[in-house]
Design a protein around this ligand. Structure first.
Ligand code: AMP
Length: 412
């Protein structure tokens, strides 16, 4: 958060009202830096990741700029185009813009792959002010002439590095090439690999570069705990931890889709309702899972890294790394789901003996040792009985007390 207020950044009254209703009192650093630039018509290269408030950083000034010229969009065109790598992120951007722009009454559509195109085609028919899209489906619809790109006056490419990881960067290039040359362009990326640098050169004109530190690097608000635990013990440990009602809204991360399904099965056997989201689920199942999680019907969401990218649910109390990610950056993304926008959060990681190398990479990246709770790694690999873990979701108990417990007490 910053000391500034939103009015001081030049935002108009209808947006200020919407922000007040959302209890956004102060802009985040990326918002404070980019909002005036975008209102002033500049191209922006934003180095920022999810959790920094970047959606509002581009969304608010975009809405205001569009509201200045209230022309009715022509059929099958859009005035602003926002590209996002995943369906979840696209839906979330759409939702945020609807929230921020609720007093403007603009026409917004979200188009994404994996679902029938009928309703999307219908939504585009009369033209829209803002279109949020994943690149593949967008190209599909444009090729079929359901959409023309020649009225786009503002382009936003969000999570450009993830576009690259997911193999979308060529699609993005093709889309950019089909847009009018005269436009405002904004590109956001958490990291800047070479291909993203090239894309930025191609699509931005004289951009201002805005760099904000990843939220979790600066967020000491996240308590980062670590359990050394054998793989076969992880599911039991998770169920034990979940006895603590303080774990009210939890995302559990696995490395694979299969792993996610197995965790959900196990939790359901233990009468703990959980939802899984990953790439093998149908779009409808993913949307339903997200809704159940968001409205609190499901306390737990089990997700893989790609599916969880961009998930934006407030009030997540705990992130559990059921399996450590093999890329340390994913750890930062994962734990960034908690402690959003000023809240406090706890990240709990389970590390099996075979995951030690991943742990070393993570600790090197975050420049700190995670706080070990429970057994030391040596005990785990020697197959000793695990320490009872009843209170570990809250805080660490003194060592001498922990050592007295036996397995019988686990069920208590
Ligand atoms: P983002 O980085 O856009 O995914 O936003 C991260 C989270 O912060 C979302 O849950 C937003 O609703 C929330 N948020 C964004 N800006 C603010 C703000 N200025 N004050 C409070 N919450 C915010």
């Amino acid at each position: 958060m910053t000391d500034q207020n939103f009015a001081g950044l030049g935002l108009a009254e209808p947006l200020l009202r919407a922000l007040e209703a959302e209890n956004y009192t102060h802009p985040t650093p990326i918002q404070a830096k980019t909002i005036p630039l975008i209102l002033g018509g500049r191209d922006v290269l934003g180095i920022a990741q999810t959790g920094t408030g970047k959606t509002a950083a581009f969304g608010l000034p975009l809405l205001q700029n569009l509201s200045r010229t209230r022309v009715k969009p022509e059929p099958r065109t859009t005035r602003a185009l926002i590209l996002a790598p995943t369906r979840e992120l696209a839906l979330q951007i759409g939702e945020s813009l609807n929230t921020y722009g609720r007093h403007y009454g603009m026409r917004l559509a979200v188009i994404l792959g994996g679902v029938g195109q009928g309703t999307q085609v219908a939504a585009l028919k009369g033209g829209v002010d803002i279109l949020v899209a994943t690149p593949g489906r967008l190209l599909d619809l444009a090729t079929q002439k359901h959409l023309r790109l020649d009225h786009v006056s503002t382009l936003v490419v969000d999570e450009a590095d993830r576009m690259l990881d997911m193999g979308f960067i060529r699609d993005v290039r093709r889309i950019v090439a089909a847009l009018p040359k005269k436009r405002q362009s904004l590109l956001f990326s958490a990291t800047m690999p070479d291909d993203v640098v090239h894309l930025a050169h191609e699509m931005l004109k004289d951009p201002v570069r805005v760099d904000v530190a990843p939220p979790t690097m600066t967020a000491d608000r996240i308590e980062q705990k670590l359990f050394h635990v054998a793989s076969q013990e992880k599911r039991r440990l998770l169920v034990d931890l979940l006895r603590d009602p303080a774990m009210a809204r939890v995302i559990v991360f696995t490395r694979t889709k299969h792993g996610a399904n197995k965790v959900v099965e196990h939790l359901e056997k233990a009468n703990i309702p959980a939802e899984a989201i990953h790439g093998n689920k149908s779009q409808n199942a993913r949307v339903r899972a997200m809704e159940n999680f968001r409205n609190g019907r499901a306390r737990l969401l089990v997700a893989t890294d790609i599916a969880a990218r961009g998930i934006d649910v407030d009030g997540i109390t705990h992130v559990v790394n059921f399996e450590l990610p093999n890329e340390p950056e994913s750890y930062v993304h994962r734990i960034g789901r908690t402690a959003r926008a000023g809240a406090e959060g706890i990240a709990i990681s389970f590390c099996a003996p075979e995951e030690q190398a991943f742990l070393r990479d993570i600790e090197r990246l975050v420049k700190r040792k995670l706080t070990v709770v429970g057994d030391e790694p040596a005990n785990v690999s020697r197959g000793k009985a695990p320490t009872p873990i009843r209170d570990y979701a809250k805080k660490r108990r003194p060592k001498h007390r922990r050592q007295r417990g036996g397995q019988n007490q686990r069920a208590a």
